[in-house]
Ligand binder design. Sequence first.
Ligand SMILES: [Fe+2]
Length: 310
Amino acid sequence: MLQTSEIPKIRKDSAVVTKEDYKNPRTIPLVFHFEPAPFESPDVRLRDCQIQRISIEGKDIYIIDDFFLESEADEMRTFSETVDFTKSIYADQGSKEQGEVPARAMDNKEKWKLLSSPPQAMKELYKFFNMIAYRLDADVATLPWELFDGKICSPSVATNKVDSISSESMELGKHEDYNTEKGIAFGLPTLYSEMKELHPNKFVNGSEGKPWLVSLMLYTTDRDFHAESYGMGTVFCTKNGKVEAKAECRHMRFVLFEGDIVHGIEKSQIPPGVKAGRVSYVFKLFLNPKKANGSLKKQFAELMQTYEES
Ligand SMILES: [Fe+2]
């Protein structure tokens, strides 16, 4: 039975910022934990989803279609049409300095609503996070709300509204959401140790006993947007920037990927005179294991496999 009435379980908390560059008043360490819960609706939906898995240099991307009800898809489209997207957003500081044309983004107040009074589709995604926490025995939460390093803010919840992207902007916009091997700016406790000391700030993402950082991106498009031919999906690249894979921007598709894969918005191929845009809603998450043995990345792959086969 599809239980859309189940309520997502979210708990607010504050992260400890450990990197000196990020300890300043503009950093907001607020995090949202998605409490473990055996919700039925994500489980039932995933059994009927189309799930594609792609790997680039050992890092995983899951492209998931058909998770949402039609009513939720319509509500999200209306939501994307009515929000103002009042901010400019750049891929990173380098792209900004080199003249990337920024996308439009929701401001903090608008984003706050995504968590405090979410559209039904968002609730269903949160329940998916609750279910993952339950099934993988992990703490699942957003990264700190805004990490400011003195130059640019990296938000845990990001939105991108675009109606065109040049090839230059596509190149300039390629980025990683984080890189755990270079180090993270906040502390993650080892949940399986009595002392609850912090994990080292540098680790191989999703390796045995270590946290796994992933990004989840949901697309919405204008009604007359042609996903197959208009571009503006997401390109995924090798570390040296060569495009290896692409997710088309289909309405209500979501993509869960390791955000340390270099990625960016694909250039637009909109015919002259046509105006049609798309929005992506991105949640940067960490999964922190409650057990020392096993890799959450592998366990997630195994869980998805059960749905791919059903
Ligand atoms: Fe990103």
